[in-house]
Every structure is written in structure tokens, then in C-alpha cells.
Design a protein around this ligand. Sequence first.
Ligand code: NAI
Ligand code: OAA
Length: 313
Amino acid sequence: MAIKRYKITVVGAGFTGATTALMLAQKELGNVVLLDIPQLENPTKGKALDMQEAGPVQKFDSQITGTSSYEDAADSDIVIITAGIARKPGMSRDDLVNTNAGIVKSVCENVKRVAPESIVIILSNPVDAMTYAAYHALGFPKNRVIGQSGVLDTARYCTFIAQELNVSVEDVRGFVLGGHGDDMVPLVRYSSVGGIPIDTLISPERIAEIVQRTRVGGGEIVSLLGNGSAYYAPAASLVQMTEAILKDKKRIIPVIALLEGEYGYDGLFMGVPALLGANGIEKIFELELTAEEKAALDKSADSVRAVTAAVTL
Ligand SMILES: NC(=O)C1=CN([C@@H]2O[C@H](COP(=O)(O)OP(=O)(O)OC[C@H]3O[C@@H](n4cnc5c(N)ncnc54)[C@H](O)[C@@H]3O)[C@@H](O)[C@H]2O)C=CC1
Ligand SMILES: O=C([O-])CC(=O)C(=O)O
């Protein structure tokens, strides 16, 4: 019986890509290929070797390869795309659309060639529109093209709730729907702590502040860092999605998916709760929304539609 390790390629060996590669290896989810542009081949090899040398200390046997050659990514099971530029203070994610669409499309043409059966997870921003660009460049079925936003946005939201109540993050449950922008929709009605609805524990004013802080959570980190954007929590989010797929865990987590009528949107890539398993997105869940929640989601969808329209296929 031939048992093989999974192969996970991370395209873009910058802050999020390198952090993701290390976290994947630490969890021994598979062998990792870290890929960046030819001009950065040596630094990419250097990062991979440095991580590999953490293996004896941290006790992982995943192999980490640094490269600029897509041949090394051949037959990857999962490809994670973090390639592209990050925003700086004063910029919105949407300002990155033209540059990153070009990068994501060229990456996807290579991925399609060397790893046609892979499941692809996109991080590059503006991520809803980049997932759309990737879907068209790849030509893969919709279940195998997934964007990351909701795990991160929900993680921020849950962090703030746990801090507010001084309780374990493990007991906080929540959902953030919609686009990965400042009008994303944290769903207070579906949020709880140890099963207790948060609106019975936190005042409406404080909940409103937590919701707003979540919406601009990426910007808060951008302002603090001064020269780039968040990468630890984004990397952790990518790893959770990868683990759900490779272990066929059937987790229900918010991801960016192609909507074909769900929530009343057609042809739009946006964050919704989905079941993630061995086939990627195996199901999309349509939650009952109040008129107010639906109006907030419509607003977010309008923003996603506008930035997606700026992508030339
Ligand atoms: N969706 C989300 O929740 C999040 C999205 N992001 C986005 O992820 C992207 C990456 O962020 P960071 O890692 O912080 O940026 P970074 O600048 O540290 O790394 C990006 C890397 O991509 C590489 N790259 C550029 N063009 C490439 C190509 N054609 N092929 C391969 N590699 C290429 C660069 O050389 C660089 O090493 C940004 O667009 C950022 O906005 C970041 C955090 C969260
Ligand atoms: O804010 C950014 O530009 C990066 C990102 O998407 C996030 O951290 O949510």
C-alpha cells in the first residue's frame, strides 16, 4: 500500500505565505512547497531551509521546499495563493485590485498547468474579487476555488467578545458574513458564549463597538504595523481551512464561495457559511436573516460587486 504525504503549495513567500508554510509544517499537514518569483528564489530557499531546521526542535517531519519553479508544485493537493502586494496605511484593500488581479491570474495559469486537480485557497486582496479572478483563470469547478476572509474576520470578532467578557476564546462562537471589507456583516444574533447568546451578556452599545472594530480589524493592524498588513491570524485561518479539507473534517466555517442564487446573489464571490471537506466547499448554508441583516449583507454585496467589476478577465 502506497501511503503518501499531502503536498501543499504556498504561492507568495512574504509575511503571510512564510508564516502559513511554517504553521502547516508545525501541524504536519503535509509537505510544503513555498514559491515566490525568480528574483526572490534564494531568499525563498533560505526561508524554507530555516523553517526546515526548526523541525528537530519542534518535532515535525514535513519537508519544506523553497522555489520559484512551478514544476516543484506539480500535483499539489492544495495550493494557497498569497502572492501580491499588501496595503499600507491610508489605502483600502480595493486599491490593490489592478496589481493583484494580474498577479493572481498569472499564478493561476501556472497552477492550472501543474496541479489541475488541486483545491485552491486564495488570500490575496481584495480577496472576494481575487477569488473571482482565480476561478476564471483556473477553470476549476466552484467547489475547488475558495477565498479566505470569514475565518479571520470571525476570529477577530471572537477575540473581541472573549476580551469583553473575560472568557476563553474556545467558548465563543460567531459568524461574519459578506465581503472582506469595512461593511462585512458580523451576525450578532448567531453569536454565543458557551451557548449563551451574547446579546444577553453584552450591552447593545458595546456590541455595536465590537462589530465596528471587527469591520475595520484589518485596518487597525495596518495602522499599527505601518508598512504592511496582518499575517499571523491570516496564516492561522488558511491553516484551519487546509486542515478541514485534508482531514475531511466537514467543518462549517465562513469562506468566500461562488454564489449562484444563495442569499439572492448570482455570480458573486462572497463570504458565506460553508461545509469544508475533502471536496472543498461541499455545501453552502443559507441562514435566515432579518430585514436589517439582509440590508447589511446587500450593502456588502454591492461593494464586492463594484470591486469585482474592476477585474478584467
Ligand atoms: N484575505 C485576507 O484575509 C488577507 C489578505 N491578505 C493579502 O495577502 C497578500 C499578501 O500579503 P503579505 O504576505 O503580507 O504580503 P508580502 O508583500 O509580505 O508578500 C507577498 C509576496 O508575494 C510575492 N509575489 C508577488 N508576485 C508574485 C508572483 N507573480 N508569483 C509568486 N509570488 C509573488 C512577493 O514577492 C511577496 O514575497 C496581500 O494582497 C494582502 O492584502 C493579507 C492578510 C489577510
Ligand atoms: O487589512 C488588510 O489589508 C489585510 C487583511 O485583509 C486583513 O488583515 O484583514
